[in-house]
Design a protein. Structure first.
Length: 221
């Protein structure tokens, strides 16, 4: 699928950002997401290898929510370092188009200033804290991106993430949830729990070779 085929489905400014990056064709996971309802507010669970284009799927979803629907979007990641990295990346790309905030600090704060921002990047623990503080802007959220969603199975972070998603789905009846992961053990079951369309693909930008290392040499099959 060529980028121009979705030109009418995403904000013109976002199409220009992608075009300026030299993107002419969508990667398989991106095309499948478009076909399965990415632009129609459908929930998606995207399970594809690392570097296969999952982040761009998230970008198209949150940009449409913010720029066309006038709602907020939240990008949830497991680690503060990853949150800071995404904040830097998105601010560089979209900082002139909408307001982007990083919220990873004090868990005992409601961060009322976030009401002024369109895209909020946060950890699951911090987002859980914001929900517990009943931040009024929460009800303005139209799209939730959950990166590394396979951590639902993590004994440490899993319960917080599961409760967070459950509460968000309960208070935001029309919210679009996009789950991203390269390593979901049972994607069908998770997609069913999320009431999401499952997007799977094994395409990767670099061919993966498997081999056995022994005595300083690698033997490839």
């Amino acid at each position: 699928m060529e980028l121009k085929e979705i030109k009418e489905k995403i904000p013109a400014e976002i199409f220009k950002v992608f075009a300026n990056e030299g993107i002419k064709e969508l990667r398989p996971s991106q095309a499948k997401s478009a076909e399965k309802g990415l632009f129609d507010r459908k929930n998606l669970l995207v399970c594809t290898p690392t570097a296969s284009g999952k982040t761009m799927i998230a970008e198209m979803a949150f940009a449409k929510t913010i720029m066309e629907r006038g709602e907020k979007a939240v990008y949830i990641v497991p680690l503060k370092a990853l949150a800071a990295e995404k904040h830097k990346e998105f601010k560089k790309k979209y900082g002139n188009l909408f307001r982007i905030a990083l919220s990873i600090g004090d868990l005992d704060s409601s961060d009322s200033y976030l009401a002024e921002y369109d895209l909020i990047i946060s950890t699951s623990e911090k987002m859980d804290s914001l929900l517990r503080h009943h931040s009024p802007w929460i009800r303005q959220i139209g799209c939730v991106i959950v990166d590394e969603i396979h951590l639902l199975n993590d004994p440490g972070r899993g319960p917080t993430l599961e409760i967070l998603i459950t509460i968000l789905r309960d208070i935001l009846k029309d919210v679009q949830i996009i789950g991203l992961s390269a390593t979901v053990g049972n994607p069908q079951a998770l997609a069913e729990w999320l009431n999401a369309e499952l997007v799977e693909d094994d395409w990767r930008p670099v061919t993966l070779h498997k081999g056995v290392y022994l005595n300083g040499e690698v033997d490839f099959d």
